[in-house]
Design a protein around this ligand. Structure first.
Ligand code: SAM
Length: 241
């Protein structure tokens, strides 16, 4: 029987996460990569396609925050997951979590459903919906809201915070400009009743500096939020960036 050739630079996972992925995880990531490439040839899912870059900049980057916040069996929502980052990767590494993936682009959601079936993932749902529409229906449903590369800090906080339970977390996977976004998103924590409880700065990932932000929700989200998307974006601190 021909043994499939798997990605072999697991050292980068071990050095960044502190553990080596199991064989089951490696095989699932390999399938994920192959399905991503095949579907990406039909419609655009990601610009990053080389094996090395997908494993580092998508798979590993989706997991770095777990060194700061250990996952167990939390109920999580991933907003604007795109082709499944970080949500599908988290499900592969931490099968005990219950996770909802949402995206406003139906092609991405179709892709997620193909992955869920082919990787035989359980306790996972993919929904084609906008965050600002679902937030009022799923008010305080989740322990953790997570999001990567979807919007400027004040925008994604407003889209996400209502989903979290009080004392729950909003975890934002950001790049090196996170501090600038904090500065430009004046009073946002006070307005949305969240506190920045941790900031994880990762300088030596091997693929560039990453900064992850951990907000804790302190009180129920004021009725006003989230507002209509156009209004949120119009008033975003991004215009000062
Ligand atoms: N999180 C993925 C990643 O890190 O590669 C995808 C990032 S992609 C740049 C942003 C994604 O967010 C897109 O798939 C887009 O359709 C989705 N998105 C943008 N605004 C959204 C909203 N208000 N509600 C739900 N999804 C949204």
């Amino acid at each position: 029987m021909k043994v499939p050739k798997l990605f072999n630079n697991w050292k980068i996972f071990e050095s960044n996460l502190g553990f080596a992925p199991s064989e089951t995880i490696k095989i699932k990531l390999d399938k994920y990569y192959k399905i991503l490439l095949a579907e990406n040839a039909k419609y655009n899912l990601t610009r990053i396609t080389s094996e090395k870059e997908v494993y580092e900049k998508h798979f590993l980057d989706s997991l770095l925050f777990t060194k700061e916040h250990k996952l167990s069996n939390e109920k999580i929502i991933d907003i604007g997951t795109g082709p499944g980052f970080p949500g599908i990767v988290l499900k592969i590494f931490f099968p005990e979590i219950e996770i909802t993936l949402i995206d406003s682009n139906n092609k991405k959601v179709n892709f997620l459903n193909i992955l869920i079936e082919k990787l035989n993932l359980k306790k996972i749902t993919a929904k084609h919906v906008r965050a600002e529409e679902l937030a009022r229906i799923e008010n305080e449903h989740y322990d953790i809201v997570i999001s990567r590369a979807v919007a400027y800090l004040d925008v994604i906080l407003e889209l996400g915070v209502r989903f979290t339970k009080i004392e729950g977390k909003v975890i934002l996977l950001k790049g090196p400009k996170a501090d600038e976004e904090i500065l430009n998103s004046k009073n946002i924590a006070e307005k949305l009743k969240v506190t920045l409880t941790a900031k994880q700065i990762l300088k030596d990932t091997g693929f560039g500096e990453r900064i992850n932000l951990f907000y804790t929700k302190t009180k129920s989200t004021p009725d006003l939020y989230p507002r209509e998307y156009a209004r949120i974006v119009k008033e975003s601190g991004k215009k000062h960036a």
